[in-house]
Design a protein around this ligand. Structure first.
Ligand SMILES: Nc1nc2c(c(=O)[nH]1)N[C@H]1C(S)=C(S)[C@@H](COP(=O)(O)OP(=O)(O)OC[C@H]3O[C@@H](n4cnc5c(N)ncnc54)[C@H](O)[C@@H]3O)O[C@H]1N2
Ligand code: MOO
Length: 389
């Protein structure tokens, strides 16, 4: 069995490199930008008034004759002479000849004239053309994670589409004769399927939009048929269950039958030892254990790494924090322990069973204990992973 470290290295090396696509700005949120965006225009594109008031050519007289009006969106060809003002509104184009915009509150208006009520210096309340970015300059660098502000900035520059790294299309294979959809009456010997909702919601958290769920019985023909369809049409395939050694655990045999190249099967860890990772042409495949907490943990550690690589997102690393209680590890396996990060360190949950969903609800970190570490004492630092919830 390989170690956690080796498995992560393999996942990273073998996962598909991001491919580039174009997305409309409304759909590009959460994507990584695949090219440097240079400003096609300056921002602001012209000198703009920052206030409602009067654009003036400053004089020592402090009295100005109102000779016109410029509203936002207007083009004004007024050339101001000394002692002249135009009424102007926030966002309007300031006449080239104006020195400053006097705020409406700082003037007294009477009979077509204004009197300046406080001193002003040149360029006050004028947003200069190109003060945010000049035409041709780098506006948004490649590899920026596009959030709402970055996309609003692209819109301000007049761009309606951007080049981004494509989000993978994901197929889920939910295996097992025993699983039933929630909402139906539970039949004897069956359980409700919780892995498909868990995996779909986690995938959505990662920004994945195309997710198809295949439900597969514990029969080889059905497994092969759906697996083949999934491999042909999806970038990433995640199977839940059927990955252990029982007679009806068909995933490894099905992957081999369809010519999937196996990169590893089983990791020296607890929980989640049974896990398959392979590739077939451009599709990457994970066989995750059916036990819900083991499925969740392997998704967090390995599948997230593969998806983030596919989307060219920054690699999420392990962090360090102090333990609030000692950890024993006597079985020579790496552990991923469910815990919570508090102000004074990490607390470990009492129930770590791989079938238990209940202890996942409040989990926000997975603490990593290496296989060769028999004990980590209270107050010592540990490595942990922030999880998606
Ligand atoms: N002889 C051995 N038996 C087992 C080993 C082993 O090394 N030798 N490993 C155990 C470990 S560890 C795990 S984890 C499980 C993994 O089993 P599978 O991936 O084959 O999963 P299943 O047998 O299909 O299911 C396990 C468990 O999870 C429940 N399950 C399955 N699908 C769902 C779902 N969609 N939603 C909720 N729960 C699900 C299923 O009913 C089982 O209870 O193997 C051990 N056995
Ligand atoms: O590791 Mo299994 O994934 O412990 O029950």
């Amino acid at each position: 069995m390989i170690s956690v470290y080796e498995a992560l290295q393999i996942v990273f090396q073998q996962s598909i490199a991001a491919t580039i696509t174009e997305a409309s700005i409304i759909n590009a949120e959460g994507h990584v930008l695949a090219e440097d965006v240079h400003a096609p225009i300056s921002l602001p594109p012209f000198q703009q008034s920052a206030m409602d008031g009067f654009a003036v050519k400053l004089t020592s007289e402090e009295n100005y004759k109102i000779v016109g009006c410029v509203q936002a969106g207007d083009i004004s060809d007024i050339i101001l002479k000394e002692g002249e003002a135009v009424r102007i509104y926030t966002g309007a184009k300031v006449p080239f000849s104006a020195d400053a915009v006097l705020m409406a509150e700082h003037v007294v208006e009477k009979n077509g004239y204004i009197k300046q009520a406080r001193p002003y210096t040149g360029k006050t309340n004028i947003k200069l053309a190109g003060e945010q970015v000049k035409k041709g300059d780098l506006a948004i660098p490649k590899n920026t994670l596009l959030n709402s502000s970055a996309l609003a900035y692209a819109a301000a520059l007049g761009l309606d589409r951007v080049k981004v790294y494509k989000r993978p299309d994901v197929a889920l294979l939910i295996t097992g004769n025993e699983v039933q959809p929630p909402g139906d009456k539970l039949e004897e010997g069956k359980i409700y399927d919780s892995n498909s909702i868990m995996l779909q919601l986690l995938l959505r958290k990662l920004g994945i939009k195309t997710i198809r769920c295949f439900y597969v019985s514990d029969e080889m023909d059905d497994t092969l048929h759906k697996l083949k369809e999934a491999i042909e049409n999806y970038d990433i395939l995640i199977a839940s269950g059927g990955v252990s050694v029982g007679d009806y655990d068909l995933m490894e045999r099905a992957f081999e039958t369809l010519g999937v190249m196996q990169h590893f099967y089983k990791i020296n860890q607890k929980p989640g030892k049974p896990i398959y990772f392979g590739t077939k042409e451009k599709t990457i495949l994970f066989g995750l254990p059916g036990n819900p907490a083991a499925c969740f943990i392997n998704f967090q550690v390995y599948v997230v790494a593969a998806i983030q690589k596919a989307m060219n997102c920054k690699e999420r690393g392990f962090k360090k924090a102090v333990l609030k209680e000692s950890i024993e590890n006597s079985n020579g396996k790496s552990l991923f322990l469910r815990g919570n990060k508090t102000v004074d360190g990490i607390e470990i949950h009492k129930n770590q069973s791989s079938s238990m969903l209940v202890s996942l609800i409040k989990t926000d970190v997975l603490v990593y204990v290496p296989a060769d570490t028999a004990c980590i004492e209270k107050g010592k630092e540990v490595l942990y992973l922030d999880i998606l919830q």
